[in-house]
Design a protein around this ligand. Structure first.
Ligand code: R5P
Length: 300
């Protein structure tokens, strides 16, 4: 097996390669003055099983285009298979038509990934469990939830906490982590978004948080508003302290400032996306999914 890294998340690719006891294979990614890219595989891959690690966070389109070009270069160089480890799946939230006249971005991306020739897709904590059904190739849906549950066990007295999903869409996720922690109680926040702007209009709480340490778990943090607003609501409803876990730290715009200055005590995320130095903040803690990805690659 040979493993290659795109430019979006090289640190994670290095960690996965280390777990697999191999080194990253060379890949030349040349950027022309106008931003176009040219890829060259720096090693013979004829008849080889290849792995590409590339997350598709910001800049989303540019990371996708680079991914397509790398897969093309590997296929043209005779790779037998190209397993794509895309820990964060960009465009996954655009999974249906919300208003008449819209595109379905996720479907466009799924078709393109298949047509460039990836043979298997490994991704983490997909926004909906229905995403694999869009593909004809195998999609291995991995999760950081086990990692988070182990961390929660280490950090908290389980009798004192209540799990919270800050979004109704995360109900399956919160039930799963509750099970992993011995069926501890959970609460749900129901939020209403403006379909045109995506802004949160209103939110309400379903469940008991009074006197409890609230541990929120979500798939991603983008602007940080969901988590920050949820923390306010939980404290208003008697929650003692609030902590936040999320697999994908998208951290768009002012998210880092919002999270650092909100009422959440600590924000724990995975390294599914590389966090640039300027987006790091004091409350942030990063757990690695490298071992989970490496194990899945070994077993599949
Ligand atoms: C929503 O459906 C997701 O699960 C997240 O709650 C959401 O994407 C977070 O977005 P933001 O951080 O921008 O509020």
């Amino acid at each position: 097996m040979k493993i290659f890294s795109g430019s979006s998340n090289k640190e994670l690719a290095l960690k996965i390669a280390k777990q697999l006891d191999i080194t990253l294979s060379p890949l030349e990614i040349f950027v022309f003055p106008d931003g176009e890219k040219r890829i060259r595989v720096g090693e013979r891959v004829l008849g080889q099983d290849c792995v590409l690690v590339q997350s598709t966070g910001m800049p989303v389109d540019s990371n996708y285009m680079e991914l397509f070009l790398i897969v093309d270069a590997l296929k043209r160089s005779g790779a037998k298979s190209v397993k794509l480890v895309m820990p964060y799946f960009g465009y996954q939230r655009q999974d249906h038509i919300f208003r008449d006249g819209e595109d379905v971005s996720l479907e466009v991306i799924a078709k393109t990934l298949e047509s460039v020739g990836i043979t298997d897709l490994f991704s983490f904590d997909l926004h909906t469990p229905k995403i694999p059904e869009l593909f004809k190739i195998p999609v291995i849906h991995l999760s950081a939830l086990l990692l988070f549950s182990e961390n929660i066990k280490k950090e908290f007295d389980l009798k004192k906490i209540v799990l919270v999903t800050p979004d109704m869409g995360g109900i399956g996720r919160i039930k799963k982590i509750s099970e992993l922690l011995g069926n501890i109680p959970f609460a749900t926040i129901v939020k209403d978004r403006d379909l045109a702007s995506g802004d949160i209009k209103d939110s309400g709480l379903d469940g008991q948080v009074d006197g409890k340490i609230c541990v929120m778990v979500d798939d991603m943090i983008s602007t940080g508003n969901t988590m920050a607003d949820a923390a306010d609501l939980l404290l208003e409803n008697g929650g003692q302290k609030v902590f936040a876990y999320a697999t994908h730290a998208v951290l768009a715009g002012e998210a880092s400032n919002i999270l650092q200055n909100c009422k959440i005590g600590k924000v724990i995320v995975s390294d599914s996306l590389e966090i640039p130095k300027e987006k790091e903040f004091e409350k942030l803690e990063i757990l690695s999914i490298a071992e989970i990805a490496a194990k899945a690659l070994k077993n599949f």
